[in-house]
Each structure stands twice: as C-alpha cells, then as structure tokens.
Design a protein around this ligand. Sequence first.
Ligand code: SF4
Length: 452
Amino acid sequence: MACISEQHRLSCAVGGIYTVLAIEKFLPILHTGPGCEVNAAGALTIVNGAQTPITYIDTSLPCTDFCEEDIVFGGNERLRKLVDEALKYFKADLAIIVDGCAAEIVGDDIGEVAESFEDADIPTLHASLPGFKGNNLWGHSQILSAIIDQYLQPSSEKIKGLANVFGIVPYYDTFWETTLERLEELLSRLGLTPNIIYGIGKGKAAIDKIPQAEFNLVIGPWLDLDIAKKLENKFGAPYFHYPVLPTGASETSDFIRAIVEYAGLDKANAESYIAAREKRFFHKLQRLSNTLIGGIMYPKRFVINASAGAAVSIARFLIRDAGLIPHRIYIPEDVPEEHQARIEQLIREPVYDTKDIIDYDIKFTDDGGLCESEIKNEDFSLLHVNIFGTTWDELLAKNKGLPYVAISPPSGDYFVVGKTFFGYDGGLEFIRDLQNDSIRKFLGSGAVANVE
Ligand code: SF4
C-alpha cells in the first residue's frame, strides 16, 4: 500500500447502498453515523455525473444516525423502531438494513433485527457494510449476496434465452443507466431476453426472475464474477464472462459474435446487423477524422488513469479503431491480485502490425494521485498526450493544456443523462468528446464537433 493515497476514486463499503437504490422501490435502511451516506454520495453521485437515485432520494433515507449513546448502550432497539416506521411510511417492495463501522464495532446485530421482521409484508434483509472491511465495490457485492442468500429461492422453471446481466456497478459506473439501456436493446435485437435488475421499470419483477435465467452474462473484466459463481452454485445456471464492455466497432462486433456463439443465436441475423452498424460507424468516424480539426488536433498517445473496466474498454477501442498509442496506464481501483495479470493481458492484446506501440507501463495501485505525481513534470512538448480518467485528472490536463475525456468515476460535476461510451455509437461519442476538448484546449474557441 502507498504511504499516502490521494485522489480517491472509491467510497467506503456504505457506497453499496447505491446498488440498492438502483433497484426500483428497494429501500436501504441505515444503521450508520449521520455522515456515512454523505461520504459515499460525494464519490458516487454528487461529483459523478450529478446522478440521483431511482426511487428514494439518498439524502432522506431512514437512518439511526448512530451516536455516542448507541456506542455505550447499543443501538438495536432504536434500529428496530426505525425499521418499523420505515416499512410503514416508505412504500418499498424490499428493504435492506445496512450498518457501518460504529455499529459493527460495538456488536449491534442487524441480522437479528431483520429476522424480527420476517412476518412483515415487506421482505427485510440485512447486509454489513463497515468501511473498515472494504470499499463500495465490496459493498456492492455484499448487497447482491444478501439478495441472493436471504431472498431468492430456486426455481424449477428455466426460461430459454433469459439471461441475467451483471458486471456493471450502478452509480459507480457513471454511465451505467444508458449503457444498460443500450445493452438491453442490443441483446434483445440478437434474440435474447436480457434480465437487467437496475433502472426504471425493472425492480422486484426482475429480481424475482433471476433464478429462472438460462445463464448469467458478466460483462467487464472482473466485477460481479463472484456473484455469477454464487448464482451458479445456488441455481445451477452457468455464466458467460465477456471481459470487455465494448466501445467502438471492433469490440462491439466481437462481443456480438461471442454472445451469439455462446447462446446459439441466429448468426445470419447478427452478421447483417454487424455489417450495417460497422458501415455506419466507419462512415461517421471518417467524417469526424477527415476534417482539418479532427485529423490533426488531438495527440496520438494517451495516458489512462481509471477503473479497470474503463481502462480495458477505452484502451482497446483506441488501439483497434482509432489508431492511438498507449503511453502509460494506471488502474487505481484496488483490483484483487488474482485478476491483475488477466486485465493487463486484455490491454496489451491488441497490437499494430507496425512497431508503433513501444513498451509502456500498466500500474495497479491504490493511489489515485500516482499518475499525477509521475507525469506532472514530464515534458510533453514533443510527445503530446491525451489524458483519460476522472475529474481529478481533469485538473492535471487543464494545468498541462492536454486534451481530456472523463471515462471513470468520479466523473465531474455535470449532468450525465443519456451518455455512454458503450457500443458502436459510444465509440463515436468518445471521439467527439476528445475532439471537442482538443479544439477548446488548442484553439481556445467554443467550436465543437458534432455527431448526429
Ligand atoms: S468508513 Fe465507516 S465511519 Fe467512515 S463513512 Fe464508511 S462506514 Fe461510516
């Protein structure tokens, strides 16, 4: 671990409540200190696309506001009263009691409190989320595990073509909502019935269908693999792991062919779709690139300081479709060691025929500031680079006058509605963002490129 970790990209485990808040009418009930939720919101919503939850506003969730008195006498009884009232006043489909550091340290038993509501009309689960045990990604896993272990029951009926979709962590992935909408459209177009549990119109009905799925799709390098294995053990459904959330034509076409092969879908239908979408993609990419501005404005090398998922997606897209060259890649996400070599291989796999890609570093770190400390004094006057990362890296890019695109959380204090870098159009959206920032940085004008 670094001596001093700067520029946090993750929240503590309490950030797992945002996975609950992404499921319509699912209510987290907090047995935490009054500031714990705000800490999580800072990293996952306020400065991360200015996101707001699906059903319940995160600033007015039921919370015991764990205090000194609870540390001395225990807070279980106050929690029990709070749950009782919350189940009456919030019209939830399911509630999950979560705790934080203080309640865990004094030994409050949220499992016992949840069990005392087993006869309530609203299923009431529990998940421990103390920040001293893990970050929000661990918290996300705890929440999904609680739903699987405490709520879901095996089903004798499997529905052909029904596929649960995992691998994208809502809110943490700034673009999750639109990505999942586009992924749902794509999988449906190919002949699958995707079961996505997050977002509007999903909720309990989607959760209840999980045990009936033919298989689970995990899309992305490492997140939710533990959940897919748990579902396989409990319900017998296998999982298909596609390690890249595709951006741009080459990756999206590869993904389509892989899922069509795995699920035994109509290949001719998929190939005609791929042909039409690739034609459109490369036509528009060429229109963006053929302009004087598009052709020369942005540098051809790039630095990434981002989550593993974003680093893999964007690096592969830039190498395969856009002809850019990696300079350095940092992954400050606490990726478990068991996944690191595989993620590095995913980034290094696409190569040019030429020797343009010289050796470059890929660093896994828990220090978000490592990138800045290593490159802030580097002279980029001859070897200009782009910087792709988080709002922290935007400051570095501004100071050095380098083009920047937000690809990873926390991703800026702007509204993110309708944005994603997923799929064919996502690649075009990324190139447009890059060109627009290049123009602003190099010409200082308000001129922007557009993709209709
Ligand atoms: S680390 Fe502990 S005390 Fe701090 S916000 Fe997280 S749960 Fe609360």
